[in-house]
Design a protein around this ligand. Structure first.
Ligand code: AMP
Length: 306
């Protein structure tokens, strides 16, 4: 039987429609939070403190007997969370516990380990979802990088990341990025990272292949060994990958958390999510930039070429 894929030009309007529908049917469990800005290193970080965590915990616990064994990213999908098939290998689902209004998960149709290197098929699917300049794509490469699900999933959210501050808080640092060997780096970011401009690729052929090439260069740029890359094996180290249609950037990870604050890719976009007020106090003491540094390693102190 012929497979039907989502019409990518209707993908984001569909995400919006379906988020409304999933909310109305009680399938979506938005995580409510209060956002404020915390300025550090010339960046206005968005800091969110969750206000209804108990609701997610309650839902997860009440479904635990059947859900603990079921991979939520394998079919049958919850009807209102399923957006459509993106490609022969990937499906698009709504994030059930969303902090941002439009949060899409790009999930491999068959189980793949989240710690495997990203592949051309992953980037082909991601490229389909990156339809305009108001989107942020990201990948938490395994539990040490902030992933909570072991089944391979990329994610795309709509900007702005909050109602306060810049649409993408880290943008200032990206705009200051300068060539440094194979990649670019920003003098504003004290932690290990690598950046590449992507501007011209979106109107060209084989966007997925170009994203894969950029990803490979960024991995080399932060000094991650590419062992097993061609065989699509397990990654040699943890990292977060982020992209807009303008920039792709990658941050190696040496810790999943600092103090008791867990961080994922969105923190390296400049948006941090905290459980409660004591964590906010802790963050104020450490400072967002120092937190990001602790979890990524300082520039020049990882294996990144200098
Ligand atoms: P990460 O935490 O980066 O691994 O992203 C996985 C996302 O999947 C989280 O943001 C969760 O909110 C979301 N999630 C967890 N369970 C489900 C589910 N049953 N359906 C859809 N999304 C889910």
């Amino acid at each position: 039987m012929q497979q039907t894929y989502v019409n990518v030009w209707d993908l984001w309007p569909q995400v919006e429609r379906q988020s409304r529908q999933a909310l109305a049917s009680g399938v979506l469990y938005p995580i409510a939070s209060q956002a404020q800005l915390l300025r550090d290193g010339g960046i206005d970080f968005v800091v969110r403190v969750i206000t209804n965590l108990a609701r997610k915990v309650k839902h997860t616990e009440s479904g635990s007997s059947s859900q603990s064994v079921k991979d939520p990213f394998l079919p049958p999908y919850e009807a209102d969370l399923y957006v459509g098939d993106l490609s022969a290998t990937h499906v698009a689902l709504l994030n059930k516990f969303n902090v941002l209004d439009q949060h899409l998960l790009i999930v491999t149709r068959a189980f793949e380990d989240q710690r495997r290197w990203l592949t051309m098929a992953d980037f082909d699917a991601l490229a389909l979802a990156m339809t305009d300049d108001g989107l942020l794509g990201f990948y938490n490469a395994g539990p040490e990088s902030g992933a909570s699900q072991p089944h391979k999933h990329l994610q795309v959210v709509r900007l702005p990341l909050a109602d306060v501050g810049e649409a993408l808080p880290i943008q200032t640092a990206l705009n200051e990025a300068r060539p440094d060997g194979l990649v670019y780096r920003s003098p504003r970011l004290p932690f290990a990272h690598a950046i590449l401009p992507l501007n011209s690729i979106w109107t060209q052929q084989a966007v997925g292949a170009q994203l894969l090439t950029a990803y490979r260069k960024l991995l080399q740029g932060v000094g991650l060994s590419l062992v097993g890359f061609e065989e699509q094996g397990l990654q040699s180290g943890a990292y977060n990958l982020l992209l807009t249609r303008q920039w792709m950037w990658l941050v190696p990870r040496r810790m999943s958390r600092c103090g008791n604050i867990d961080i994922n890719a969105l923190a390296y976009a400049g948006a941090l999510l905290l459980r409660d007020e004591p964590q906010l106090e802790q963050l104020r003491r450490i400072g967002p930039m120092q937190l990001l540094c602790a979890c990524a390693g300082e520039r020049g102190q990882t294996g990144e070429p200098t």
